[in-house]
Design a binder for this molecule. Structure first.
Ligand SMILES: [Fe+2]
Length: 313
């Protein structure tokens, strides 16, 4: 079952205009957005769908306040879809819609979809770094950063769920090929599906049942400079930084989280570790020291200088 990762997330929100503006300012491209919402995409075609919470086309709302209505995964091939259908229909209702999406619910009640991935292959350089001791990654006269650096989200990276029973939730995802790459003890696992090497496309956090829902989602950027640049521009547009910028320990991903009108946090991330089946999962207690190597705080721009030359009399 080669699940690659989430292709798109579907939200039912209170303020459609605020949410589509937010995701546009974040860097996604509106595709078919009207006053009723629509789809916004990253460079590879992964993205989010925003609708009003009363829109009848949405999957039903969870019993909690979460605005997430559906997580639709991209899979590598038809054989993976068929394997998923066979496994999941053992103990739950599975449907295949006219859009080709296989749909069901996980064991926590999250609505899931699976489709042959619609993401486009990207051919873009990652951030290039020069350092003594290594061959130059960026040749002479190629600038490392410019004021017009695009810094656009490239691909939907991961989603994080608050769940009331992480062990039960984890057991479900293991049935469909996810493996635990690392774990916060007593809190939940980082999960990597079978079709990607990314450290995680799903992270589970145990919470009381009333909190069940999405905690955050994020898109991969081209490198740490793009995380800083996009985050800086997002702050300048008036959005509120929640956590970051910094660099996580488990996954090594650079991060910067923001508050959003989607009822969850939205993150920029970059340079996540890759793992294969030779990796042995680590365990760590959840706490500030285990959650990041370092954490910065956004500051307004500044330059050194004095009061200027003394007046001559
Ligand atoms: Fe994250």
């Amino acid at each position: 079952m080669k699940i690659i990762g989430p292709d798109y997330l579907v939200f039912g929100v209170d303020d459609v205009d605020a949410c589509t503006q937010y995701m546009t300012d974040y860097g996604l491209k509106p595709i078919d957005v009207t006053d009723k919402g629509g789809r916004l995409e990253a460079l590879d075609g992964t993205g989010v769908v925003i609708r009003h919470r009363d829109d009848p086309s949405l999957p039903r709302a969870m019993e909690t306040g979460t605005m997430l209505r559906e997580t639709v995964y991209g899979v590598a091939d038809e054989a993976s879809l068929q394997a998923l259908e066979q496994e999941l229909s053992k103990d739950r209702t599975v449907t295949r819609g006219s859009d080709g999406v296989l749909r069901c619910q996980d064991d926590m009640g999250f609505a899931l979809g699976f489709q042959i991935t619609t993401r486009r292959a990207l051919d873009l350089p990652s951030e290039r770094v020069n350092a003594p001791g290594d061959q130059p990654q960026r040749p002479a006269n190629e600038l490392g950063c410019t004021n017009d650096l695009p810094a656009l989200p490239r691909s939907l990276s991961h989603v994080v769920y608050f769940v009331p029973d992480f062990a039960k939730a984890e057991a479900f995802y293991k049935r469909i090929g996810f493996v635990c790459t690392d774990r916060f003890v007593g809190v939940g696992p980082f999960l990597r599906p079978g079709g990607t090497l990314d450290h995680h496309t799903l992270f589970l956090i145990q919470t009381p049942p009333f909190m069940k829902g999405i905690e955050h989602f994020t898109f991969h950027m081209g490198g740490p400079t793009e995380v800083m640049t996009a985050g800086y521009r997002f702050v300048a547009k008036g959005y509120e930084s929640f956590w970051g910028p910094g660099r996580h320990q488990l996954g090594s991903n650079w991060f910067w989280y923001f508050n959003s009108p989607l009822g969850c946090h939205v993150e920029y991330d970059a340079d996540m570790d890759l793992h294969d089946d030779n990796w042995t999962a680590r365990e760590a207690p959840l706490g500030a020291d285990a959650s990041q190597y370092f954490l910065f705080e956004h500051r307004p721009k500044w330059a050194p200088g004095g009061p200027g030359p003394a007046q001559q009399h």
